[in-house]
Write a protein that binds this ligand. Structure first.
Ligand code: NDP
Length: 251
């Protein structure tokens, strides 16, 4: 059952996978939501889906490429005006993957991963962190990966981008701790989503990892629940990192 929670939560990459599942769960909990992604049609489809708790009063969608900081800033300005609330939680979830040996990768693909997975996160932080520090309140949740904790053959730049998310998050966490702002890293293992749909080698790599996992891989909702858990912890508790993976994932 939906209740109303007078907090504004921003989710990047809300049009599929983990971001979409997080949007659904946070809507169910009654949060005011700003949902960002490039595919506005997918956001529209999601918020009009009668199975979920989205409505005009609690949701704003905004077409946004996270590599463009002004896209994020405009969305945040529109949402803070619509709801007359500051951003209480910003979830840097948008991300892309790419897999192939480094010696064979095109620079274009490498740069795209860096742009979305690192610069996109920096852009999100740039839009909200200063205000959170001034207000002495707020939570920034960055979606990293097990690939941000250990390297994996074929995923060099993706791992590099997620190691960067860890380093940036931990430094930011330390810098804003005395301002009562929380910085959380969520590090999932293999999760059902559309991330492998754009890269054949990544698809093969993940399918290989899935083989023999009789209990299955994580569902996007599993990750969404860990995000909600971290956010709903009492204000004096900062869950600095949640690492979750399929039980049978050995990596
Ligand atoms: P999906 O491909 O299902 O979702 C990715 C989301 O990011 C989409 O909503 C997409 O929206 C958005 N996105 C991609 N590029 C941009 C961009 N330039 N600007 C704005 N939005 C963008 O993948 P996941 O749900 O798996 O990925 C979510 C996060 O989880 C990523 O950071 C990923 O690295 C991380 N992760 C995923 C794991 C997995 O196994 N699936 C494991 C560990 C971490 P649109 O295309 O509409 O812009």
């Amino acid at each position: 059952m939906s209740t109303t929670t007078n907090k504004l939560v921003v989710i990047t990459g809300a049009s599929s996978g983990i971001g979409e599942a997080t949007a659904v769960l946070f809507a169910q909990k009654g949060y005011k939501l700003l949902l960002l992604a490039r595919r506005k049609d997918r956001l529209e489809e999601l918020v009009n889906d009668s199975r979920y708790s989205f409505n005009q009063d609690n949701t704003l969608i905004h077409q946004c490429d996270v590599t463009n900081v002004e896209d994020i800033r405009t969305g945040v300005e529109l949402a803070t005006k619509k709801f007359n609330l500051p951003v209480d939680c910003f979830i840097n979830n948008a991300g892309i993957g790419h897999s192939s040996p480094l010696s064979e990768q095109s620079l274009d693909k490498q740069y795209a991963v860096i742009d979305v997975n690192i610069k996109g996160v920096l852009n999100g932080i740039n839009v909200v962190a200063k205000d959170m520090v001034q207000r002495q309140a707020g939570t920034i949740i960055n979606i990293s990966s097990i690939a941000g904790r250990k390297t994996m053959d074929g995923a060099s730049v993706y791992c590099g981008s997620k190691f960067a998310v860890h380093a940036i998050s931990e430094t930011l966490r330390s810098e804003v701790a005395s301002s009562k702002v929380r910085v959380v890293v969520i590090s999932p293992g293999v999760t059902e989503s559309e991330i492998t749909g754009h890269d054949e080698k990544l698809h093969e790599m993940v399918e290989g990892m899935k083989k023999g996992l009789t209990l299955g891989i994580l569902k996007a909702q599993d990750v969404a629940e860990s995000i909600l858990y971290a956010y709903q912890a009492p204000p004096h508790v900062c869950l600095r990192e949640i690492v979750l993976a399929p039980t049978e994932q050995s990596l």
